[in-house]
Design a protein around this ligand. Structure first.
Ligand SMILES: [Fe+2]
Ligand SMILES: [Fe+2]
Length: 190
């Protein structure tokens, strides 16, 4: 019979599990063998190819975000809120960091980061924007950030436990996009 739990304590393991921690050797052996199978290697290569394509779409989105924020930074000068114009520049710099991190990961996965300008807009999840008014600029950037949050959330779920390094990168970027969206939403209600 299990010993009674003390209130407020973390859940106690059953007595049978109180020994030293042990790895599942059979699962490790299965992983070792599976990696050597041609079919497994081919499936892994196909999966990586698909992931690289999706990461390249995110790279295109980040680059278009850099261009949109840069344009908004320079053209919003002289309007009522120079502070917001300065923040557009901060966001642009952070989106460029995202682009760099995605490009580096694409190379690590054996892919080629796609910086081709001719197809950038078509591959981006969010559009470029040439709004003139500050409110329209903020609304457009907020929309783009929400698109980014949705797409990175989907990517995190797709990657799951299959590629922890890519997943951590995507979660880092997602957290930044959530912070950007909160700032923009706050400015809209100021
Ligand atoms: Fe970003
Ligand atoms: Fe962002």
């Amino acid at each position: 019979m299990s010993p009674p739990r003390e209130p407020g304590n973390v859940q106690q393991l059953p007595l049978a599990d109180h020994g030293p921690p042990v790895l599942d050797g059979e699962a490790i052996e299965r992983a070792r063998r599976a990696a050597l199978l041609p079919a497994e290697a081919a499936a892994e290569a196909l999966w990586r190819q698909g992931l690289v394509k999706l990461l390249n779409d995110s790279l295109a989105t980040e680059l278009v975000c850099v261009l949109r924020y840069k344009r908004h930074h320079y053209t919003a000068h002289g309007l009522a809120s120079p502070r917001i114009a300065e923040e557009f520049a901060v966001h642009a710099a952070e989106e460029l960091v995202h682009a760099d991190r995605l490009a580096r990961r694409i190379v690590q996965l054996g892919g080629a980061p796609d910086f081709a300008p001719d197809t950038l807009s078509a591959r981006s999840h969010a559009p470029y924007d040439a709004s003139a008014g500050l409110t329209a600029m903020i609304a457009c950037n907020l929309s783009a950030e929400r698109v980014a949050i949705e797409s990175y959330g989907q990517l995190v779920r797709l990657v799951g436990t299959r590629d922890p390094t890519t997943r951590r990168l995507l979660e880092d970027i997602l957290a930044d996009e959530q912070k950007h969206a909160e700032e923009l939403a706050g400015w809209l209600t100021e």
